[in-house]
Design a binder for this molecule. Structure first.
Ligand code: SF4
Length: 310
């Protein structure tokens, strides 16, 4: 898979085993920026003890406003902690031992080949908690099918309806159509949302939509599309307002502000009118303190026999 990589819709064909990198910036080495308990995911994912979040380096989408740009940028070839599939499996187990309700894989697309090894390995070593695939939504159906049976919860973004915006901000004019096909496959694999007795999600799909300043019309189209394609029987919606300008947006001055209360309230009202179930965010969540520090904490190193977390 990595000798001619087509894991994501970019289908670069990079020979990652020879050290080549494609759009995502990843070679065949597994790099992780942080593995930690995270308390700011949706309540049915964070619970009381936190989601076991693993932030992967690099990204196949490359949004110009990314709040995780320190580890996602294409030039970040030296970022994070280097590990392998076995080390990743140990990292899962470390998070489980610390009380994580689940394993929350953030931006995992370009590491799908590693996940196909690491998840079964972790299960044989005693991993019992659900696995979340937390992604930008820009996924190939063929790659998702390789993960069928390994993922319990899909957490894709649906960032844009308009191809103008998806090209301008994420270099992906085909974004909306690609995400729709991907979410169809995700729903096929994991079915309608299910919860355990404690209210924690065990299976299902949550679609996240991060509002961008001034793109109210696009948000309207996204919410309508979710209602008409899947509805609340098949997916839940997380409507997010935490956009914070934290990259150089001098070429995109329209994004150099936060979403206003009026913009967000209008979108929440529309979500209600469309009968979509899910979550909205408090104004307090609009804080840079929610952006983690990617110092490699919590990652079990390559070939380590034991997790390095105590
Ligand atoms: S995962 Fe990376 S190398 Fe593979 S096709 Fe996508 S951008 Fe190219």
């Amino acid at each position: 898979m990595l000798e001619h990589c087509t894991l994501c819709p970019r289908q670069c064909g990079a020979n990652r085993t020879a050290g080549q990198t494609g759009f995502c910036g990843a070679d065949d080495k597994l790099r992780i920026g942080l593995a930690s308990l995270h308390h700011w995911e949706e309540p049915c994912l964070s619970g009381t003890r936190g989601a076991g979040t693993i932030f992967f380096c690099h990204c196949s989408l490359g949004c110009i406003y990314c709040q995780n740009h320190n580890i996602s940028g294409q030039s970040a070839s030296e970022c994070g902690i280097l590990t392998d599939s076995s080390g990743l499996a140990d990292t899962f187990l470390s998070l489980q031992a610390r009380g994580a309700h689940n394993i929350d894989l953030v931006t995992p697309t370009h590491y799908a080949a590693h996940l196909i090894e690491a998840i079964p390995l972790a299960r044989t070593r005693g991993l019992t908690i659900p696995i979340i695939y937390n992604c930008g939504g820009y996924e190939r159906v063929e790659t998702l099918r390789m993960l069928d049976g390994l993922i319990d919860i899909y957490l894709p973004d649906l960032k844009y309806y308009s191809s103008y915006y998806s090209e301008r901000y994420s270099h992906a004019a085909d974004y909306f159509d690609v995400v729709c096909a991907a979410v169809n496959e995700m729903v096929r694999q994991v079915g309608a949302p299910q919860f355990n007795a404690d209210g924690m999600m065990t299976h299902g799909v949550i679609i996240r939509h991060l509002m961008l300043p001034g793109l109210n019309g696009d948000t309207t189209q996204v919410l309508r599309a979710i209602a008409s394609h899947w509805g609340s029987e098949q997916v839940l919606v997380s409507l997010m307002r935490q956009f914070t300008p934290c990259t150089d947006l001098s070429d995109f001055p329209e994004l150099a502000r936060r979403v206003t209360d009026e913009e967000y309230t209008a979108a929440c009202d529309q979500m209600t009118r469309l009968g979509l179930a899910g979550w909205t965010q408090d104004a307090e969540s609009v804080s840079e303190s929610f952006i983690p520090h990617f110092d490699g904490t919590g990652v079990a190193g390559a070939c380590s026999a034991e997790p390095d977390i105590t």
